[in-house]
Design a protein around this ligand. Sequence first.
Ligand SMILES: NC(=O)c1ccc[n+]([C@@H]2O[C@H](COP(=O)([O-])OP(=O)(O)OC[C@H]3O[C@@H](n4cnc5c(N)ncnc54)[C@H](O)[C@@H]3O)[C@@H](O)[C@H]2O)c1
Ligand SMILES: O=C(O)[C@H](O)COP(=O)(O)O
Length: 610
Amino acid sequence: MAAPSPTTTHHRLLLPASTHRRAAAALAPSALRLPIRARTSRICAAAAAPAAATASPPATAAVAVEGKPTVLVAEKLGAAGLALLREFANVDCSYGLSPEELRAKISLCDALIVRSGTKVGRDVFEASGGRLRVVGRAGVGIDNVDLAAATEHGCLVVNAPTANTVAAAEHGIALLCGMARNVAQADASLKAGKWARNKYVGVSLVGKTLAILGFGKVGSEVARRAKGLGMHVIAHDPYASADRARAIGVELVSMEEAMTTADFISLHMPLTPATDKMLNDEAFAKMKKGVRIINVARGGVIDEDALVRALDAGIVAQAALDVFTKEPPAADSKLVLHENVTVTPHLGASTVEAQEGVAIEIAEAVTGALKGELAASAVNAPMVPAEVLSELAPFVVLAEKLGRLAVQLVAGGGGIKSVKVTYASARAPDDLDTRLLRAMITKGVIEPISDAFVNLVNADFTAKQRGIRISEERILMDGSPETPLDYIQVQIAHVESKFPSAISESGEITVEGKVKDGVPHLTKVGAFEVDVSMEGSLILCRQVDQPGMIGSVGSVLGEENVNVSFMSVGRIAPRKRAVMAIGVDEEPSKATLTKIGEIPAIEEFVFLKL
Ligand SMILES: NC(=O)c1ccc[n+]([C@@H]2O[C@H](COP(=O)([O-])OP(=O)(O)OC[C@H]3O[C@@H](n4cnc5c(N)ncnc54)[C@H](O)[C@@H]3O)[C@@H](O)[C@H]2O)c1
Ligand SMILES: O=C(O)[C@H](O)COP(=O)(O)O
């Protein structure tokens, strides 16, 4: 084996293209499953009947089935999605809850499903008392969910990112065409008994420049359709791929160019701190006089007062808006009532097809997450494809056990500031996804010393909150890259150990492990090489290496009927110091442990729960 060459990698949370949920379910380590707690809520049996868009909670109620998770559906969801949810969970459809009613109910729910009409703020996560494990957003935009609060509470947020794309794009095109030809205004005028053919002369689309801001799923579908209408389409999106744009025949341009050259501007970016009021006085001032704006993204991306000013000044000739900063907008909203503005009440995703699709997409994501699968549409957790998960499963168990073991070796358990994890692997650094391993080591380190519940969602947050820095290092080994990892080492620096032999020459508590035949093994403690399967509990003894030690300890344990599963001795040199690792199936009594400590050659010992 060549000398290992250390490489350091920094890991960010990334979303993969896909994941096979069923395989993941079978393999997801139980420690990562989202726990389902005791349930006592009452559920609405009438939920099956798809009622009016926002109905009051159905009148009929049935007692929730014990042992099943409870899913609160707070906004109307398609029947196929509800049917899927009911196969697995108690479903409580309570539409139109006030914030107080939502807070009152949420502590009885394992999952909550909303559309854009329900604000899921920090207050909701706090009121859940830790029971809420999943928030499903039946749609794309997650600006109504406080992601930071969800993450802090270990609550997974999933959305339905694809099922309403076409509906939103079609609505954008409907608004574009309707606005250009004054369809809404002309319709209202004719119904009011007028025949105003001269008043509603429109503008043509062919040959005009359409700037798309936000060239994601909806933006690119709008682009395709606008190309079909003969428009010249440009797009601004700092994160979009030029190749994808080129494939659709769209030129990616700067924000400046989009602002100054467009005849029509269609908005398709999410509402984030960076896009908040992106179209403001300054932006309108740059636009071509007579520009027309379409917004099916979020109201907040436009400074609505600035838009009214731009309309009044004639900079913006017309606007067609599906979304508003406050929904519903005030009845006397100048913007909504403006004669050059066409409005719809957030209907972008509202087609029969899209709503059925979204309902199924979110029901699958929520039930998958409640089953412990790593949902493909998770918004606040790293996603690991099923094949990677399958490969890593035994290493994930090893990682948690090493973290749990290392922290129990710290004298007093507290004061941990930094944990260093080293992954030794023959794989290239970018061919090994360590996010799961890192989360599980964090879980192993934090849970024994606190009452925190740590999962994949909140591992990084919880570590940071406790001032624990988890750093990762890669050692590139020679050998076959078929096995993802050769060993994992966990080190805790700047602490004292209750088992001083666990401190390596460089001064850190050090434990190392490998997976052998699918079973995690402890292979090193401090400088001592051992080999003990990490099941049950473990006794570590440091002794003078001499004959009869295994027998002495074994017989003390035997007297109390404690079954020894594994024994391994690691020594520096014959007849010098040795560390004996003893795996036990049962927890020995204090008296038995005291007897072990009294064996003359034993200099240190510690009992550890794995
Ligand atoms: N009106 C509706 O009913 C309706 C329906 C669906 C989606 N939406 C809204 O549309 C948004 C887009 O949906 P999507 O499915 O296309 O999402 P998406 O994530 O596929 O696309 C969003 C795009 O915006 C880009 N973006 C981010 N910041 C930007 C910035 N500062 N400037 C320009 N582009 C930026 C991203 O890079 C991404 O490509 C959603 O977030 C949602 O708010 C509304
Ligand atoms: O972000 C979305 O998916 C759309 O805005 C749709 O929202 P809705 O689910 O409230 O219709």
